[in-house]
Design a protein around this ligand. Sequence first.
Ligand SMILES: Nc1ncnc2c1ncn2[C@@H]1O[C@H](COP(=O)(O)OP(=O)(O)O)[C@@H](O)[C@H]1O
Ligand SMILES: Nc1ccn([C@H]2C[C@H](O)[C@@H](COP(=O)(O)OP(=O)(O)O)O2)c(=O)n1
Length: 235
Amino acid sequence: METAAPSAVIVAIDGPSGTGKSSTSKAVAAKLGLRYLDTGAQYRAITWWMITNGVDTDDPQAIAIAAGKPAIVSGTDPAAPTITVDGLDAAGPIRTQEVTSKVSAVSAVPEVRTLITDLQRSIAAEAAQEADGIVVEGRDIGTTVLPDADLKVFLTASAEARAARRSGELRGKEAAGLAATKEALIKRDAADAGRKTSPLAKAGDAVEVDTTELTLDQVIECVVTLVEEKRAGRK
Ligand SMILES: Nc1ncnc2c1ncn2[C@@H]1O[C@H](COP(=O)(O)OP(=O)(O)O)[C@@H](O)[C@H]1O
Ligand SMILES: Nc1ccn([C@H]2C[C@H](O)[C@@H](COP(=O)(O)OP(=O)(O)O)O2)c(=O)n1
């Protein structure tokens, strides 16, 4: 059996929506020469496929039956991450309000989680073999997907800060008011944390970082330091 590269490092970053997981993970991976995987994009991609293929997203059985059909491929270069479904570029369509409103229901279906979790583990294993490691961000990475990760970080922030960040992003596109954004975000977090299979949760051995009062650069610096400390401790 092949073993992982001796210096390979696996970093799990979890937390609710708008805490800075994607921006932080991408930047940390780029700075440290690691690969990057956005697992939320994978759940969004399968949700988009269900919608475009006429699967009722309120019917868990129909979702379970269809779950194995789409081929989801993630490109893990932090400078240019990609996501395709059956060979089609899905980066744009997975960010619509429609997908956002349905992704929690689709990602709660156990068959979907099993398939996507297997995919995530194989991407992480490949990064440990062929590269210096990977930063994987999501909701259940430290608890379920990669429980043996070298470093686990759980990002948090107040609902107000998260809503302000999100509505800043939406401005000019699908302009949603701050209150509506906050309400939708709290609802999605509750669904993600309340589902039976592999809910959004902090692993017991995760380092919690409250980003409410921190700039993005400060959060990136904090996580880079944590990774470097882990690496130094292993030498
Ligand atoms: N510490 C921070 N301070 C201010 N804005 C931030 C911070 N972290 C992230 N952001 C911004 O908030 C938005 C959501 O961040 P993102 O990384 O997509 O969060 P998540 O992946 O947790 O949903 C982005 O526009 C990002 O630039
Ligand atoms: N590891 C993961 C990652 C995301 N999900 C689900 C739950 C989330 O609401 C959706 C979308 O995740 P994504 O990280 O894209 O969400 P935001 O960037 O916070 O808007 O996917 C999950 O169930 N498990």
